[in-house]
Design a protein around this ligand. Structure first.
Ligand SMILES: [Cu+2]
Length: 138
């Protein structure tokens, strides 16, 4: 009878301690989910390839407005027809030097909405600082 009581007591203690572990685990998960800066991971659906030919020349890009949709796979064929220019879209990690007469291929996935400025990064003359364009991701 005494042995049975000890066994029951033991089961009770083990039961209680394992229960409290579960409570701790749950509260840990909850605090992770509600931690500052926690964001849902947004899935980007990748659509078809969209290809654009862009000419760079003193001191503009043609076209200078490119409108695409979020999720598009983008291929830009960028060519300078006069002097060396640069082609930068910082938010998509694009940073290229354009050698006159050569086509530079830039590829990325437009995985975020917004309006982004692309610009020349090579001092190419008087109008260099105005040599930019806009990438619009809807
Ligand atoms: Cu320039």
């Amino acid at each position: 009878m005494k042995r049975c009581f000890i066994l029951l007591l033991l089961v009770f203690i083990i039961g209680c301690s394992s229960n409290s572990d579960i409570v701790n685990d749950e509260s840990g998960v909850v605090s992770k989910l509600s931690a500052p800066g926690f964001e849902d991971i947004e899935e980007t659906v990748v659509d078809d390839l969209k290809e654009f030919n862009i000419i760079a020349k003193q001191w503009r890009f043609e076209p200078d407005i490119i409108e695409i949709n979020k999720g598009d796979r983008i291929k830009l064929n960028v060519k300078s027809i006069d002097v060396t220019h640069g082609f930068v879209i910082s938010q998509f990690n694009v940073n290229e030097i354009l050698i006159p007469g050569e086509t530079t291929v830039v590829e990325f996935i437009a995985d975020k909405n917004g309006e982004y400025t692309f610009f020349c990064s090579v001092q190419c003359g008087d109008g260099h600082s105005n040599m930019n364009g806009k990438l619009i991701v809807n």
